[in-house]
Design a protein around this ligand. Sequence first.
Ligand SMILES: NC(=O)c1ccc[n+]([C@@H]2O[C@H](COP(=O)([O-])OP(=O)(O)OC[C@H]3O[C@@H](n4cnc5c(N)ncnc54)[C@H](OP(=O)(O)O)[C@@H]3O)[C@@H](O)[C@H]2O)c1
Length: 311
Amino acid sequence: MSEVTTPTARIAVIGTGAIGTAVARRLLEEGHAPTVWNRTRDRTAGLAAAGARPAGSVREAVSSSSLILVTLTDYAAVRECLTLPDMDLSGRTVVGLYTGTPAEARSIASRVTASGGRYLDAGVQTSPDMIGTDTATILYSGSREAFEEHRSLLGLLSRPRFVGEAPEAAALWDLALFGIWYDAHLGLLRALDTVRAAGIDVDDFADTAGTQIGHVIAGVPGTVAEMKEGSYPPGPADLTEHLTVVRHLIDLRKGHSLGDGGLPDVAARIEALIAEGRGGEGLTATVGPAGRASDAPIRVAPRAARRDGET
Ligand SMILES: NC(=O)c1ccc[n+]([C@@H]2O[C@H](COP(=O)([O-])OP(=O)(O)OC[C@H]3O[C@@H](n4cnc5c(N)ncnc54)[C@H](OP(=O)(O)O)[C@@H]3O)[C@@H](O)[C@H]2O)c1
């Protein structure tokens, strides 16, 4: 993160919300003078006072820059800003720092490349206050050439990690990682709510809850090894025993404000495996083997509907 970068790189930050402001401030700290544009103009005032160059329009920001960091709310906003008529992106790299779906990342990548630019999609696995620190991670995918060219500059924002040349790879990683967080955190909330409803002191429960989450963390390497090897030893419990617990949990969670967490689907999957005579295997059998990365194309769900003007 302390790599030397050239302060003469021409950078634009499109969107100066929480992430965009943190990104622009970090660039200013390192001696860059980014061009900044925001829909609500006065949100660039603080950055301008610190040395950034406010642009009057997206087009002006884009035309003054070779590296364009787009930090907007969502894909719809990115699409609106980057698909102005005759927007020339030739020789420019666009980096999309927003949370979106793999299909959206693919769509914006094809728009950028059709306009002559290179595209990097970015999964922001950090909060604005962590931008520029060693614990921040931002995942990138798309043009490897663009990533390598701008690696040291992107390294000012976070540990940059390139996760593949498919433009949608970073969005896929980003959402999958968010999914881990939601599943674990919502699991914690369901458990706290359940014990509280039974009159149990949540403080008493908290330490043990933390230990339980720790078991999931400790199990990551073994689970990945099982997927890679395609062998599913039962570990502390086999599928038949898991099914009993899962059914108890479905019962316990009936009427719960956060629902049952999809456990009926899990039970159905385990029942199917038991019916195949695989009740003695472990839980990893429910998802099956991992293909080798080089063989496995990234699968993106087809779009439900095509909106006017979308490609
Ligand atoms: N904040 C986080 O902790 C965090 C963490 C990881 C990922 N992310 C992702 O990073 C992205 C940016 O998040 P943020 O926290 O910076 O959001 P934010 O503070 O709400 O800022 C959103 C930005 O998008 C602009 N915008 C929204 N709609 C627009 C439109 N139609 N046309 C032009 N500009 C538009 C806003 O402009 P105005 O000022 O005019 O409204 C503002 O600059 C999001 O996709 C978010 O999910 C955020």
